[in-house]
Write a protein that binds this ligand. Structure first.
Ligand SMILES: O=C(O)c1ccc[n+]([C@@H]2O[C@H](COP(=O)([O-])O)[C@@H](O)[C@H]2O)c1
Ligand SMILES: Cc1cc2nc[nH]c2cc1C
Length: 342
């Protein structure tokens, strides 16, 4: 017998409420369990073959003094990921999450035997201070490649996928994209990124204001905004997230930059929010407001501002706990525990 959506939702909620606990006492874990069961349309949800993809890209805007670190760190960190030494490697290993390192457009030729997945769209974007970050063709390629990597991962049996990134300068791209997509003053979207001091932050703000003035004619079309302000890894994440939704996967969203990629995807298909778990509220200034605008309730708030998918990795065991209680806890009936009095 085919169950209606309303019936299924009622049954999921009933299963949660009949567990041996005071009603609502597992808090956010209850919401996550409900969401995952609902996405998977089942009373026995499963998380299988979890993956995190780190999308890496270099940014032309990095030469405008908007980051506390030099642009070459992007390629150097990709090598570090490949050698297993970065924070995301540690957390992914700890929680048995498959890690995929993807070159969306790093300004470096990787030639050792250890290479990132090659989806290179170019050797970094143009500085969007006085040019478009990428061409329309490059932006389209980001979407095609993002979808392709997710399809490949889906074929391994994975149904839960985290999105992280690496790209010196990408909080600048992300801040401008957020400001355009939400029609917010850029000052509300800009933060210290990798750790700018107050003077450097003022410079970042003025660079981004100038860029916005230069691109004044850009309207609110998300594809046009992504193309104008980049980066390759942000556009590719956006395309990948949309595919993960098409494949009915659980979409784990990392920090500020990943959330901005999500916002662009949401503007293209707002149903994607049904599959999304916002893993961690970053310390980057704009993230809180962005999550508020999405009505999103992050699983964790640990004052991290690293990216790489680290928020997804550290939140993952909690998401597993949500599914585990839903599947394994006894009910009042099965354990013969008395229910609430009146
Ligand atoms: O994910 C976040 O919330 C986050 C916040 C601040 C910085 N980051 C990371 O730092 C880099 C961007 O910072 P920046 O200062 O170079 O724009 C990039 O590699 C991101 O992964 C990440
Ligand atoms: C060292 C370093 C590691 C990172 N991981 C993600 N963004 C980063 C930025 C820097 C500077």
């Amino acid at each position: 017998m085919v169950m209606s959506q309303t019936d299924l939702e009622a049954q999921i909620q009933q299963k949660i409420d009949f567990k041996t606990k005071p009603a609502g006492s597992l808090g956010m874990l209850e919401h996550i369990a409900f969401q995952i069961a609902n996405v998977q349309q089942t009373l026995s949800p499963e998380l299988s073959k979890p993956h995190i993809v780190v999308f890496a890209g270099s940014h032309g805007i990095a030469k405008e003094g908007v980051s506390a670190y030099p642009a070459e760190v992007t390629a150097q960190m990709v090598l570090n990921f490949l050698n297993g030494g970065a924070a995301i490697n540690v957390f992914a290993r700890q929680h048995e999450i498959e890690l995929v390192i993807l070159d969306a457009g790093v300004d470096f030729v990787f030639e050792n035997d250890k290479k990132p997945v090659d989806a290179k769209v170019g050797f970094g974007t143009q500085s969007f201070l006085a040019a478009e970050a990428m061409t329309a063709e490059q932006c389209a390629e980001c979407f095609t490649s993002g979808a392709a990597i997710v399809k490949d991962i889906r074929e391994t049996g994975c149904n839960v996928i985290g999105f992280g990134e690496m790209g010196i300068g990408n909080t600048s791209s992300a801040a401008v994209i957020m400001s355009k997509l939400l029609d917010l003053p850029i000052a509300e979207c800009v933060g210290k990124g990798t750790g700018l001091d107050a003077t450097q932050l003022e410079n970042k703000l003025s660079v981004l204001q100038n860029a916005l003035t230069f691109h004044e004619q850009v309207g609110n079309d998300p594809m046009q905004i992504l193309r104008t302000f980049g980066g390759f890894e942000i556009a590719m994440m956006c395309g990948a997230m949309l595919e993960a939704h098409r494949q009915n996967m659980i979409v784990l969203v990392d920090g500020f930059i990943a959330s901005v990629a999500f916002l662009a995807a949401f503007k293209m298909n707002n149903k994607i929010i049904e599959n999304a778990v916002f893993c961690h509220q970053s310390d980057e200034k704009g993230h809180r407001l962005l999550l508020q605008k999405l009505n999103a309730n992050p699983v964790l708030q640990l004052n991290m501002r690293l990216g790489e998918g680290t928020g997804c990795a550290v939140a993952y065991p909690l998401i597993k706990s949500a599914v585990a209680f839903f599947n394994e806890m006894a009910s009042f009936d099965s354990a013969q525990v008395s229910q609430k009095t009146a």
